[in-house]
Design a protein around this ligand. Structure first.
Ligand SMILES: Nc1ncnc2c1ncn2[C@@H]1O[C@H](COP(=O)(O)OP(=O)(O)O)[C@@H](O)[C@H]1O
Ligand SMILES: [Mg+2]
Length: 253
């Protein structure tokens, strides 16, 4: 069976500021996600999760290495035909309603109109937005917008769903909904790859996890393998997070 997602020595260097300072966001990342698994991509802020996801989605170009979706290089647009994507901060046309936005995306995906309508109504119902489907998004809360984003990522019934921090900033009900949707997709044979900076978010859901710190893979494997020593792992996640915050403060000063 073809692996759903694969990176080989994936590297990314950003150049920032007038002096083109090097920021090495990814340092030779090797990942492999099998079809049908829910895979958690965990790391503190600044670890490089979004960078890796953007490369997979063709939004950024890697500096070195390669990445594949269902065996096809991400350099090829076709690789993303079977992929749904929820960005870290989804952006929508706020003057449209949820129903209108989803029809807009469905048209971009070139979905058959009847199939599109059926799928949109089913998804709106699933995330409990039917009642608000004709309200413009400018009136939506963050949690409601996230639910629209989830519908969008599932619209064309993709085989691989990539979610960047799908639970961040959500209340417990919102988190439970995301968790249930991920599990449903996996139970339907889909592959789900999602990032989080909170270990407990992925623990309840994932078949396997990878821990990314400073652009490098710290560990990967089943939850029980990776969370052998919870305290030291959480210290790494929290410790690195504090370090990142301090560094950013220094940058401002
Ligand atoms: N567009 C960009 N330009 C310059 N540096 C960036 C850019 N995007 C991310 N970075 C830097 O790359 C590192 C990894 O960031 P990111 O991939 O957003 O991590 P995460 O999603 O794990 O929080 C950070 O040091 C961040 O400041
Ligand atoms: Mg991120």
């Amino acid at each position: 069976m073809t692996v759903a997602l694969r990176t080989e020595n994936l590297g990314k260097v950003y150049r920032v500021g007038f002096f083109m300072r090097r920021v090495e966001a990814l340092k030779g990342l090797n990942l492999e996600v099998k079809p049908g698994e829910a895979f958690g991509f965990v790391g503190p802020n600044g670890a490089g999760k979004t960078t890796a996801i953007k490369i997979l989605m063709g939004l950024h170009r890697q500096t070195s290495g390669s990445a594949y979706l269902f065996g096809e290089s991400v350099d090829n647009v076709n690789a993303r035909r079977r992929v749904g994507y929820l960005p870290e901060r989804p952006y929508f046309y706020v003057h449209l309603s949820a129903r209108e936005v989803l029809h807009f995306y469905g048209q971009l995906f070139e979905m058959d109109p009847a199939v599109r309508t059926e799928r949109i109504e089913m998804l709106l119902e699933r995330v409990q937005l039917t009642r608000f489907a004709d309200v413009t998004l400018s009136k939506y809360s963050k949690g409601m917008l996230q639910r629209v984003g989830l519908c969008q990522s599932l619209l064309h019934d993709p085989d691989l769903i990539v979610l960047d921090e799908p639970m961040s900033g959500l209340d417990p009900v919102g988190r439970a909904l995301v968790r249930d949707l991920i599990l449903e997709q996996r139970d339907n044979g889909k592959t789900v790859f999602f990032s989080s900076h909170i270990l407990s978010d992925v623990e309840a859901i994932c078949d396997r996890v990878a821990i990314l710190v400073g652009g490098e893979l710290r560990e990967s494997g089943s939850i029980s393998e990776v969370v052998r020593d919870r305290e030291s792992l959480e210290a790494v996640l929290v410790g690195e997070m504090t370090k990142t915050v301090d560094e950013s403060k220094l940058g401002v000063l």
